[in-house]
Design a protein around this ligand. Structure first.
Ligand SMILES: Cc1ncc(COP(=O)(O)O)c(C=O)c1O
Length: 387
């Protein structure tokens, strides 16, 4: 088991790249990381401060790694009102320090050397890295050349299914914003029963959607909890990436195994963050509506701008990123460097998310409307100069 050959995590690499090029402090519009610069709501931060002022809140958290009951109940209630899914608060809800932590512990608890894990391509990169690091083999499940096609499960040979221990999917997808229909989850759950693997969906963008139909949860499939878990997080929903708090829900045995690891690695999350997360999950609807409208506007601006200068791009259905095929260079690494040097706009080469991402780049929408407008002006100028 080794992470030695893994690339640095994408946000670390991107921040270093901006520094290395001597752009730190310069007039950079950083559209690399999905780290909202919008504030969490005042009613949430005010309450958090009040809880932090309580002197008794600074001890080890109640129920330690498992998460306090108030938090777990709020998660279960959120899953019920949002997805119609009933969760057993004691066995089917687990606190995570972050979604990223969940991704790692699931790889550690589900996979062994020589196993196969099926991973969508493109996808949130930690699933592929962790699978490889634990010595398992990745079978890539393509979302098509533009990252907007629901994967064809019938294309996977039986001998691959027979060796598969886990399927990692991430819908709504980072980086493309593709949402999966319930029928896809149904098909996958049936296969999981047939071949005996666990399905993991990373659903952290479920609330940032731009169409009439909100994304669904994998756990909406009847009996999915027998073979599936879902990762979720407060980071993007409530613009609190700095808090580091999320949740793992679904199959009780998988959660138990993850908890065994967590007990050796953490003692939970600072109580005021857990209480505030519960408060946000119970009262966040209006704020989420504002976020959807804000990101939706930024999405429309950026998509329109990119199309006007020759990028191939489909508007994301959800999430906070735009995935675009570049018009100029064959190589998106080079394109990103030139765009940064020539315009001060930073974005991520597609190869960080996809084996076939050489022609794509990812732009984050987690910047102000003003910054996105300015980025659009600069991108248009840059493309016209280099044509
Ligand atoms: C799909 C996906 N999952 C998880 C995360 C990380 O979430 P957290 O901040 O809870 O670790 C990200 C962050 O970009 C993401 O895009």
């Amino acid at each position: 088991m080794s992470w030695e050959n893994a690339r640095d995590y994408v946000s670390v690499e991107m921040r270093r790249r901006i520094r290395q090029f001597g752009y730190e402090g310069a007039d950079i519009i950083d559209l690399t990381v999905g780290d909202p610069d919008v504030s969490p709501p005042d009613w949430l931060t005010d309450q958090l401060i009040a809880w932090m002022a309580d002197k008794s809140a600074h001890r080890y958290p109640t129920d330690e790694s498992l998460g306090c009951r108030t938090f777990r109940e709020a998660v279960a209630d959120f899953y019920y009102w949002r997805f119609g899914v009933h969760l057993d608060v004691e066995r089917e809800v687990l606190l995570l320090k972050e979604a990223k932590e969940g991704a790692l512990y699931l790889s550690l608890s589900l996979l062994e050397k020589g196993d196969v894990a099926i991973v969508c391509d493109p996808c949130y990169p930690t699933f592929r890295t962790n699978t490889t690091a634990v010595g398992a083999n990745v079978y890539s499940l393509s979302l098509g050349s533009d990252g907007h096609s629901i994967p064809d499960l019938s294309s996977i040979p039986v001998h691959v299914w027979e060796k598969t221990k886990a399927v990692f999917i991430n819908f709504p997808c980072n980086p493309t914003g593709l949402s999966a229909p319930l029928s896809f989850y149904q098909e996958l759950v049936e296969l999981a029963f047939r071949y005996g693997f666990i399905v993991v969906n990373d659903n952290v963008y479920s609330e940032l959607y731009y169409g009439a139909l909100p994304p669904c949860s994998l756990l909406e499939v009847p009996d999915a909890r027998e073979v599936a878990v879902e990762i979720h997080s407060l980071s993007k929903m409530f613009s609190v990436c700095g808090w580091r708090i999320g949740m793992l829900v679904g199959n009780a045995e998988v959660l138990r195994r993850v908890l065994r690891i967590k007990q050796m690695a953490d003692a939970g999350v600072f109580m005021p963050f857990q209480l505030a997360a519960a408060h946000a999950l119970r009262n966040g609807e209006a704020y989420l509506g504002q976020l959807r409208s804000m990101y939706g506007n930024c999405r429309d601006l950026l998509v329109q701008c990119l199309r006007s200068c020759g990028f191939q791009v489909r508007p994301p259905e959800a999430g906070m990123f735009v995935w675009a095929e570049i018009p100029l260079a064959e190589d998106s690494e080079q394109f990103c460097e030139e765009l940064l040097a020539g315009s001060g706009v930073a974005c991520v080469p597609g190869s960080r998310y996809s084996q076939n991402g050489r022609k794509h780049v990812r732009f984050s929408l987690s910047a102000s409307d003003h910054a996105i407008r300015e980025a659009c002006n600069r991108i248009v100028k840059f493309v016209h100069l280099h044509r």
